[in-house]
Design a protein around this ligand. Sequence first.
Ligand code: SF4
Length: 253
Amino acid sequence: MPASPTPVLADVATRRTRALVAHERFCTHYGAPFRFFSDKDALSELISALLSHRTRNADSHRAYQQLRARFPTWDEVRDAPVADVEAAISSCTWPEQKAPRLQAVLREISTRCGGPCTLDFLADQPVADARAWLESLPGVGPKTSAATLLFSTLRIPAMPVDSHHHRVAQRLALIGPKTGPDAAHAQLEALLPPGWDAQQVYDHHEAFMFHGQKCCYFHSPACGRCVVLDQCPFGLARLGQAAPAAYPSQGSA
Ligand code: SF4
């Protein structure tokens, strides 16, 4: 993040209120409810997410399509020569690393489930258990587990935090300046109302992501036209404006 004023982390009640204010304004501004973009089953979504790491969307999409065209089932991907899998996903970054990793994940799922590869059983688990199960697989972190559960047809309300979402949350001081993306998942999810369904969680993630893409840029955020400027310690300090009188008090956590 560019050199800038460091927002002081507010107390949890203030952060919760601010997260919901930002949610409402972003959702109104960017046009929620947002349509789910994926209709993949959970295992296909997991494989897609693993292919997408540090890869342009178009390239990882092509790798996924080529993998599906070459191998009709995930069991066949699991059992194929690694060189064939690597060739099928050659359009994404580091196919030589991703191919053996995909196969290791598929083997681990098969071993644990004692049969064909599937993640459909996660539909019957509490969100925290489903996330923990996925994150115990090799190479699966909080963002991938949440994306698998939320974006797939399981539609389980687990919230992914991508780089845009993370940056906006940090500038709004919903998380601390040193909180990395992995740790941010639990902290940001804890600010959401516990009863939110998958659509609400999806809207929250998408709205924060859109804001990062369309206004709160990494370099030169457009604070002057931002719909949450009055809520944002980073933006207010950057523009040299004082917080309004109604602005919640800041804690030192
Ligand atoms: S005020 Fe500026 S830094 Fe804060 S969220 Fe808006 S664009 Fe980002």
